[in-house]
Structure formats: C-alpha cells, structure tokens
Design a protein around this ligand. Structure first.
Ligand code: AMP
Ligand code: GLY
Length: 424
C-alpha cells in the first residue's frame, strides 16, 4: 500500500515503524515528519492541517490510505475532505473529533450514552467557577473546554490556584469544574470504523515532568505496556478491556453514529480506576503519545490491515488485533526547560550507540538534521527511547542503558518509568 502519515512526532514515527515492520513493501510517506522519520520514510513538504492541499496531494500521488497522527488536522477537517473525495482515511471528521476538541461535547456524549465519568459543572465566568469549586469541593479540578496542548487542566488543593487557572483560561472559552477522581490511570485505545469497535492493549502514561509524579503536567514523559496489575482488580487484562469496550467505547461510538457523526479512527479512552469503578477522564480522537510507542511494538498482527479496515468500514470482517506477551517501555528525553520554555536548536549525539542496545529503537519526537548533517533538537520532547523485553526488568534496563548513551545539553528524563512493575 501507499500510505501517507500526517504529523511529525514520536507517535507518527512509531506508526511508521509498525507499518514498515509488516515487511510487505508498503511505500510510506510522511508530512511533515522529522529527521528520524526521514530515515525510514519519504518526507513530503505539505501542510498537514490544510484539507485541500492534503487531498490534492493524496489524489495526485495515488495514496491508498491516509493516517492522521495529531489532533490539529482532525479539527481542521482534513479527514472530512479526504473522505468526501473517496480517499480512505484513518481519523475522524471534524464533528466527531470534538470528543477531544471540546470537553463539554465529550461530557454531553457521555451523558447521552450513559458512560461513567466524573460529575462536572460548566462555568463561563469567574463567579460561576468559584461557585462550582465550592459545590464540588477540594481537591479542585479545572479544565479549559477547548484544546490546550495538555496545559488546560489543573488539579490542586489550593482554591486560589484553581481560580487563577480559571481566570487564565476563561478568555479562551468556557471551563469545566470537575469532581476529583482518585486511582490509577489507564490509557486504552479502540479502533473504530464508525460502528464496530476493536480494542488494543492498555498502557500507562507518566504525565508529570519529574520522578515520583512531581512537577508540572507535560505531554507525557514515558509509558509502559501491558499493565500486569490489572489482574489484581479485574482478573486479567482481557476482562478489563472487555468491560471498558462494553461500558465506554461501544456506547460512545453508537451515540456518535446515531447523531450522524460516525467516529472513524482511534478512540483513546483516558480512564481512572476509582474504588467505585472505571471512570472516563478524557477522550482523545487519535493515538496517544507516548503510549503508542509502547503499544504498537507489541502488536503481532498487521497495523495497515487494521487501519484500512477501519477507514473502509469493514472492521467486522477483519481479524482481531493480537499482542505479544513482551513488555515495552518508553522513556522520553526532553529539552532543558520543558515543559515551560524548552531550549531548542542544540545538537544531539549518541543515538547510534543507543540504538545498538539490544531490543531498543529510538522514535524521534522533535528533531531535524543541521546543515552539517548533525541531529538537532527542535522541541520540548525530543526523542523516545523504546525498549522491549521478556520482562519489565529487562525492558527498563535496556531503555535506561540506551538513554545513557545519548547526549543533549541540559536535557532531562524521568528515571522511574515502569519502576512500579519491574518486580511483577
Ligand atoms: P486531561 O487533559 O483531561 O487528561 O487531564 C490531564 C490530567 O489531569 C489527567 O491525566 C489526570 O492526571 C488529571 N485529571 C484530569 N481530570 C481529573 C479528575 N477529574 N480527577 C483527578 N485527576 C484528573
Ligand atoms: N499521552 C497523552 C495524550 O496523548 O494525550
């Protein structure tokens, strides 16, 4: 197949690596991609957020499948335009992508579909926000309604800090004040063709910048999959996945189909496992980053078949995805100053030595090649070291051995990724 992947991060690099690992001669192109993606796929100079440009390119180049990585092209209507022109595309249209783009839309769909989630109050002024904070009580959870690149949410015991966050984000639109939910977090992906829903394997993301879940929220500093501790609560991963499929993914996909806005793409359920049961804290309308980097290396069935079946409405006929029992861990190398003010433009060395560690590959998140061919950091999250192994002891040892080979002035990474499962 000739496959065009939109996006430029480690998630897109991981998707492309999984497509090429099928070894069936796919031709993979990426727009705009990055330095690492450019080593394995053809980079196309194309604005991924421009529906007309992407559709014209896909037509001219004879693309068989477009895979949309990030949320911005979804919200810009790229999938709608491609679909109108008969190009198979993995990614929802603008209307269904509101599941991620608008937290109040997501709450409305969850209410209509009877999906378990925290109680939330909408606020459009500071006085409404203050009243909602007092009604729901501490700890306070304040969320910007629209897309805010992971920066729109605050969880705090400090009422003044909650109000300050509300004041910061109110000019951009309404807010949700949400009931605080306590418990471990799980990211679970479902592939949907608008009607049929197929689960992938669960993962856990580390959102805070520093070890021990300290520091500010980030886009994600690491992840691991599978989650052995699910067995204690649910009797195994399969029972957990089946419950979330039945109580969350299927009702949401059914509701969106009923509203004539079918969800075709990746439904990412962000879950908290509270003592009272599973609760949805957010949906995303695309593969998670960095969770994808640990889920796809464990996929034992062809990714292209799955994504193409979703894009063409034939998931009910496709083989169910299967996963290896291997463990996978990813550790993110971030620039100095990330997430507040990352320093970019610095040279990176040691990637070849890191890649030489057994069971390791590097997914590039924000890199380019300088004029002299040297690798240069272009953003906050720069590289993902991804390691697989028979046990978490093995995969984490490999990941940390590899990241020790990489040098980027001022960079930082968490040293406790997957630590809680190493003994399992
Ligand atoms: P979100 O952008 O909605 O995923 O929120 C970002 C992070 O804030 C989540 O991964 C959680 O760690 C935390 N969070 C969000 N909503 C809640 C909630 N209702 N209770 C506790 N923590 C939350
Ligand atoms: N890992 C969180 C996200 O992709 O939104």
């Amino acid at each position: 197949m000739k496959i065009l992947v939109l996006g430029s991060g480690a998630r897109e690099h991981a998707i492309i690596v999984a497509l090429l690992a099928e070894n069936v001669g796919h031709e993979v192109l990426a727009a705009p991609g990055n330095a690492g993606i450019g080593e394995v796929a053809t980079l196309v100079d194309l604005d991924p957020n421009d529906p007309v440009a992407v559709t014209n390119y896909a037509d001219d180049a004879g693309i068989n499948l477009v895979v949309i990585g990030p949320e911005a092209p979804l919200v810009a209507g790229v999938a709608d335009r491609l679909r109108e022109n008969g190009v198979p595309v993995f990614g929802p249209g603008r209307a269904a992508a509101q599941l991620e783009g608008s937290k109040s839309f997501a709450k409305r769909i969850m209410q209509a579909a009877n999906v378990p989630t925290g109680r939330a109050l909408r606020a459009t002024s500071l006085s409404e926000a203050a009243a909602a904070l007092d009604e729901l009580g501490a700890p306070y959870v304040v969320k910007a309604d629209g897309l805010a690149a992971g920066k729109g949410v605050i969880v705090t015991d400090d009422r003044d800090a909650a109000l300050a966050h509300a004041a910061e984000f109110l000019p951009q639109g309404s807010l949700l004040i949400e009931e605080f939910l306590s418990g471990p977090e799980v990211s679970l992906f479902f592939v949907s063709d608008g009607h049929t829903v197929v689960p992938l394997s669960p993962a856990q993301d580390y959102k805070r910048a520093l070890d021990g879940d300290a520091g500010p929220n980030t886009g994600g500093m690491g992840a691991y999959s599978p989650l052995p501790w699910l067995a204690e609560r649910f009797g195994g991963e399969e029972a957990f996945v089946a419950e979330v499929q039945r109580t969350v993914a299927e009702p949401v996909v059914r509701e969106l189909a009923n509203e004539q806005t079918p969800f075709i793409g990746l439904l990412y359920a962000g879950l908290i496992l509270t003592d009272a049961g599973v609760r949805v804290i957010e949906f995303n309308a695309r593969f998670g980053d960095p969770e994808t980097q640990v889920v796809l290396p464990r996929l034992a069935t062809p990714l292209s078949t799955l994504l193409f079946a979703a894009a063409s409405g034939t998931l009910d006929e496709a083989d169910a995805p299967r996963f290896t029992p291997d463990t996978a861990v990813t550790v993110v190398l971030a620039s100095e100053g990330y997430p507040e003010a990352p320093k970019t433009g610095r040279a990176i060395t040691g990637v070849a030595a890191a890649t030489a560690v057994d069971g390791v590959h590097i997914a590039h998140a924000a890199t380019r090649r300088g004029a002299d061919g040297a690798l240069v950091a272009t953003g906050g999250r720069v590289l993902n070291v991804v390691a697989t192994g028979a046990t978490f002891a093995e995969s984490t040892r490999r990941a940390y051995a590899a990241i020790a080979e990489i040098a980027l002035e001022g960079s930082h990474f968490r040293s406790d990724i997957a630590a809680r499962v190493v003994a399992d």
